[in-house]
Write a protein that binds this ligand. Structure first.
Ligand code: GAL
Length: 415
């Protein structure tokens, strides 16, 4: 089910279109069902205001391919208007002089007052906005097929031990316990969820934000890899190269019992007409209730010469934070709005739980940035971590201790 523009129809801006309205070219990697529905809302709203939309969608979950294409385009002097760039990488692009100043939109629209400071800090460089946040995704989710769980006589796990019990029961009825695609970013997504459980929020931050060598190389990290290997044994042999949405559809169809994935997976359940609490369950991934791994999608805006295109960019920036857009986009995307002043009455239980825990975890110190989704480090450090994690995932002979030694070594050399 596509949660469409009907919600928007009544309220869309009846813009007076300038004679030669500019265009926006927008780079993203939102090509799965729920994601494509979500980005098309932005396109429609821009076009309704008279601007042209050039879609620059690059396939590949997690966005590694998109970022490669972006670097080539930017270096050759032909960047798009905006690109989905996240976390510390925004500062890198700004520092290199690629990004524009959005304060002419941000100040009159009071972005500082409606977006959490923790997020505006990341969107600003040198005291001015260079990027606009779209949403807040929670990464540490477990998605479960209700019917599979009933058939297996299993209970939704709240701890790692309960996960193994449920997984064994699902295996016993001949189904795949854990739907997973072995791609570096998906392996890292699974890994960081286990890390959050084993390390706790404080040490998670020491390891993946502060890059503290004692924590990265410590006993608890060896335990993270040990549990990672154990969880991995519940993944089927066809996982290499599988896309995340294919894994999600295995849970939707009842071929697999569970998936650990951020709530863009919910976009797929929604697009397939599935209802949370009935067809499927969303629960905090084992052992991480009350903790929240955040992944904020944001668009960084490039410095363009053309005046009309700059105006189109400003309209794009303003539309992204329009409450009507925030609602329809996030209903499709599976995330929660980035504005804290939103009416949440159209959102489902998963989104309400997410919003509640987003706010409460910020108070208890349990709100942590996702390493797998570019929130905690630069992409250089992140890709070094991806290598170690994926190598370990694929190599049955590497021991957790060896993996931890490699982790500290490669992180040191990429800092
Ligand atoms: C994340 C991104 C999400 C979703 C996911 C799968 O990095 O933040 O919006 O698209 O990748 O591609």
């Amino acid at each position: 089910m596509k949660i469409t523009k009907t919600l928007l129809a009544a309220s869309l801006i009846s813009a007076v279109t300038p004679a030669s309205a500019g265009e926006v070219e927008v780079l993203h990697w939102w090509t799965a069902g729920g994601e494509a529905n979500a980005i098309s809302v932005l396109k429609d709203m821009l076009e309704q205001q008279g601007y042209s939309w050039i879609d620059f969608g690059v396939e590949g979950g997690g966005g590694e391919s998109a970022m490669r294409v972006l670097r080539t385009r930017a270096v050759s002097g032909n960047p798009p208007s905006a690109a989905n760039i996240k976390g510390p990488d925004i500062q890198e692009w700004a520092r290199l002089g690629f990004l524009t100043n959005l304060n002419s939109v941000a100040n009159p629209e009071h972005w500082d007052d409606v977006i959490p400071k923790m997020i505006t800090n990341v969107m600003k460089y040198d005291n001015h906005y260079v990027a606009v946040p779209v949403n807040v995704h929670r990464v540490n989710w477990l998605w479960a097929n209700s019917e599979v769980f009933a058939k297996a006589g299993a209970k939704i796990p709240t701890s790692m031990d309960e996960f193994f019990t449920a997984a064994d029961k699902i295996k016993a009825i001949g189904l795949i316990p854990l739907a997973h695609g072995s791609q570096p970013w998906q392996n890292a997504t699974l890994f960081e969820v286990i890390a959050l459980d084993v390390l706790g929020a404080k040490d998670y931050i020491k390891a993946f934000v502060d890059l503290d060598m004692d924590t990265l190389g410590g006993e608890k990290m060896i335990e993270v890899f040990t549990q990672f290997k154990r969880v991995r044994s519940y993944v089927d042999n066809n996982s290499p190269g599988r896309d995340w949405m294919t894994a999600t559809s295995m849970v939707i169809k009842g071929e697999a019992g569970m998936q650990i994935m951020g709530d863009w997976a919910k976009g797929e359940f929604s697009a397939a007409g599935k209802v949370p609490g009935k067809d499927y369950v969303c629960a905090p991934a084992f052992g991480t209730a009350g903790k929240f791994t955040y992944n904020v999608d944001s668009f960084a805006f490039f410095d363009l010469q053309d005046e009309e295109n700059f105006k189109a960019q400003q309209a794009l920036a303003s539309t992204i934070l329009d409450p009507k857009f925030q609602e329809v986009f996030n209903l499709n995307k599976g995330s929660i709005p980035v504005r804290l002043d939103m009416d949440m009455s159209h959102f489902d239980q998963c989104a309400l739980d997410s919003m509640r825990e987003f706010k409460s975890s910020a108070k208890t110190g349990d709100l942590v940035p996702s390493m797998a989704h570019g929130m905690s480090t630069t992409s250089y450090v992140q890709s070094a971590m991806f290598d170690v994690i994926t190598n370990f995932f694929n190599n049955p002979n590497e021991t957790p201790k060896e993996a931890v030694q490699r982790l500290t070594k490669v992180v040191k050399s990429s800092m």
